[in-house]
Design a protein around this ligand. Structure first.
Ligand code: NOJ
Length: 535
């Protein structure tokens, strides 16, 4: 019997509700749409769903601009729909993780509206970062928003407010105890409604330091923080050590308090995972110390090249750093903020990497549509909705490509997603990526995911650490094979463009590409493929 808490080695399926399934024909996915597809979700073999925000929001940043964190936006349904979703998920033994957004509110939140009315020096303004302009009228400092453009917006009376993201997302002032009290209320609200955990948005951003000091290289810093801007490795690393608004020590005090709140629910095993982009990587382990959060995302695989040295280093570093605080790593190949893995590294490589990662210790996150092998949607600029595209004035195309709605069935776009016009167009070229189509094809990505997740559960959850067998770091041919054993399973990934022999023992359980040949005791692994063997 595995007595670990449910989240320790869970597979968590990320649903971006707006793009999942539209139950009412308005072109946008909604909560009843998610509920209606829970049998599908369960059939994948996942343990939990993480729902990106569905709270009341003017939707300037895909719902990460929250106007009321304790209610559901009418576009997604209502609180009854949320309760029903949670109840139906629990009936299927699926846990539910909500996305909490504590770094900022929407400018439509009552607090911000009250702050605008109350004026400079008021206690309402103290909940945010309002400051006077400099004598020459310029903003309090030169920081650049993560989405491009200044981090400050001026209001009518001349004061500026800070927003690390869009101007519609004013940052909250976590030095103000009312802010924490309100978030604790929100956490309890959703736990009492039934959720099992939280993904904490911008978990590393809540505390700011030196708000009145200019950064020596604001544009460099802004570029270093953006994954879509290429930069010399050393330069990026040096700049990332100078971020005045991320990863300040004060954030850990907040999570210590939250941990007590989670633990007060005892056997419900409420968990939280931090979205914390921090540097150097060792800093991420602070978020998962025993009295803080349960998991922290490791984002390295969202950008890692399909290269054995790179992947070896990412995996090894994440496992060993987490071990220093007795935590397990997390793995994610795609999410709503980054290009889909199949577009980034190629579809065969994406399958191979998924199968490689599913064998590893820790929790694995799957972004809805990843199981279908979906590429990024091809969009015209006129289709785009992401503020990142608009605020960067063009160089960043933004994140809409990864958010194109899911194709479910039929031969014609929008493939059963909606009876209306989808909020982002779904290309007709996705005909062979529908759930319906892939279910009929035993070689589909969908079948690979289902089979792999079932085998993971059967043989690997709770199976302890890995032992590396082959890597270029261990003397194998460069870029060819990466292999480890864990419990009774040997996992071998062939990263090269030609077949490779390996001497893994055991019976073939699953392979991401073509068939594995076995001759003279040697196994021949197809190009760009991963295979699992059972000994
Ligand atoms: C991270 C979220 O994943 C992203 O979608 C959002 O734009 C920012 N945080 C701001 O909330």
């Amino acid at each position: 019997m595995n007595s670990s808490p449910w989240w320790k080695e869970a597979t968590i399926y990320q649903i971006y509700p707006r793009s999942f399934f539209d139950s009412n024909g308005d072109g946008e996915g909604d909560l009843p749409g998610v509920t209606s597809k829970l049998d599908y979700v369960k059939s994948l073999g996942v343990d939990a769903i993480w729902l990106s925000p569905f709270y009341t929001s003017p939707n300037k940043d895909g719902g990460y601009d929250v106007a009321n964190p304790r209610d559901v936006d009418p576009r997604f349904g209502n609180l009854e729909d949320a309760k029903e979703l949670i109840a139906h998920a629990h009936q299927r033994d699926l846990r539910v993780i909500a996305d909490i957004v504590p770094n900022h509110f929407s400018d439509q939140h009552v607090w911000f509206q009250a702050a605008l009315k109350a004026g400079p020096g008021s206690k309402e303004r103290e909940r945010f970062h309002f400051y006077d302009a400099h004598a020459d009228g310029t903003p309090p400092n030169n920081w650049i928003s993560i989405f491009g453009g200044p981090s400050w917006t001026q209001v009518e009376d001349g004061q500026f407010y800070l927003h690390l993201f869009d101007s519609s997302q004013p940052d909250l002032n976590w030095e103000n105890p009312e802010v924490n009290a309100d978030f604790e209320k929100t956490l309890r609200f959703w736990i009492d409604l039934g959720v099992d955990g939280f993904r904490i948005d911008v978990a590393h951003g809540l505390i700011k330091e030196d708000v009145l000091t200019n950064h020596p290289d604001p544009q460099g810093l802004s570029d270093a923080l953006r994954l879509d801007v290429a930069m010399d490795f050393e330069k990026r690393n040096a700049l990332l050590l100078t971020v005045p608004f991320f990863d300040r020590q004060g954030v850990h005090e907040i999570y210590r308090k939250w941990r007590k709140l989670f633990d007060s629910y005892g056997e419900r095993n409420i968990m939280a995972v931090a979205e914390a982009w921090v540097h150097p990587p060792v800093n991420a382990t602070r978020y998962v110390r025993a009295d803080e959060l349960h998991q922290v995302f490791n984002f390295d695989l969202l950008t890692a090249e399909f290269n054995s040295d790179v992947l070896f280093d990412v995996v090894e570093r994440s496992i060993s750093l987490n071990a220093t605080v007795n935590a397990l790593p997390t793995w994610a190949l795609s999410n709503h903020d980054s290009p889909r893995v199949a577009s980034r590294i190629g579809d065969e490589q994406a399958r191979a990497l998924a199968l490689f990662v599913f064998g590893l210790p820790g929790s694995t996150y799957v972004f809805a549509g990843q199981e279908l092998g979906l590429p990024d949607g091809q969009l015209q600029d006129s289709d785009r909705q992401d503020p990142m595209f608009f605020r960067s004035n063009g160089p960043s195309k933004g994140r809409d490509g990864a958010r194109v709605p899911l194709p479910w069935s039929g031969d014609t776009t929008p493939f059963g997603f909606s009876t209306g016009k989808p909020w982002l167009p779904i290309s007709q070229s996705w005909k062979d990526f529908t759930v319906e189509h892939e279910l009929t094809d035993p070689k589909s990505s969908l079948h690979l995911y289902k089979n792999a997740l079932e085998l993971r559960k059967e043989f690997l959850v709770g199976a302890g650490g890995i032992t590396w067998l082959e890597s270029s770091r261990h003397g194998s041919k460069e870029d060819a094979l990466l292999s480890y054993s864990r419990g009774p399973i040997t996992v071998v990934m062939n990263l090269s463009d030609s077949v490779q022999e390996c001497d893994a023992a055991g019976k073939l359980l699953i392979v991401s590409g073509a068939n594995v040949d076995a001759r003279d005791g040697k196994k021949v692994i197809p190009a760009r493929s991963t295979a699992w063997f059972l000994t």
